[in-house]
Design a protein around this ligand. Structure first.
Ligand code: HEC
Length: 132
């Protein structure tokens, strides 16, 4: 055994014995993103966002955003209710953008499917679900 291996062995062992880092469910979500929504919604862009919502999101989040989609029910997912005005109070639009783009937990991301403008429009759509 070379001297280098002998010297580094204790450090390697220590590194391997480190307990796996598990993320507590209460840990703050991802790096805070402060980017404001740059999109001005139009009736057309919102209609397009609604189409994406119906194809890619409503099976979990529910058509109205109440979190009662069939797939969420089958997978026993814990969903927020976007028809409640304070359901997304703790998240900035930038953080929401990250989640829709990259996915989170059981949710698949939209990256490669929806364009950034579509994602910003989805966020506007989601916020509008609590305003009736
Ligand atoms: C397979 C079911 C599923 C699909 C499909 C899905 N989501 Fe989610 N979504 C989830 C779950 C579960 C969470 C909570 C993730 C977590 O915090 O671990 C979530 C989280 C979110 C959040 C963050 C706020 C929150 O409710 O926790 C937003 C915003 C969101 N989803 C929007 C969307 C949009 C927009 C789409 C469609 C493009 C979509 N989701 C598709 C299951 C889904």
């Amino acid at each position: 055994m070379s001297l280098l291996v002998l010297l580094s062995a204790p450090f390697l062992a220590a590194a391997l014995l480190q307990p796996a880092q598990t993320q507590a469910p209460t840990a703050p979500a991802a790096p805070a993103t402060t980017q404001a929504n740059p999109v001005k919604p139009t009736p057309e862009s919102q209609a397009h966002a609604k189409k994406i919502w119906n194809y890619d999101c409503s099976m979990c989040h529910g058509e109205k955003g109440d979190g009662k989609g069939d797939v969420a029910d089958q997978m026993k997912l814990t969903m927020r209710d976007y028809t409640k005005p304070d359901s997304l109070k703790d998240m900035t639009d930038g953080q929401i953008f990250d989640i829709i783009k990259n996915g989170k937990g059981q949710m698949p991301g939209e990256e490669g499917r929806a364009k950034p403008d579509d994602i910003w429009n989805l966020i506007i759509l989601i916020h509008s679900m609590s305003k009736k």
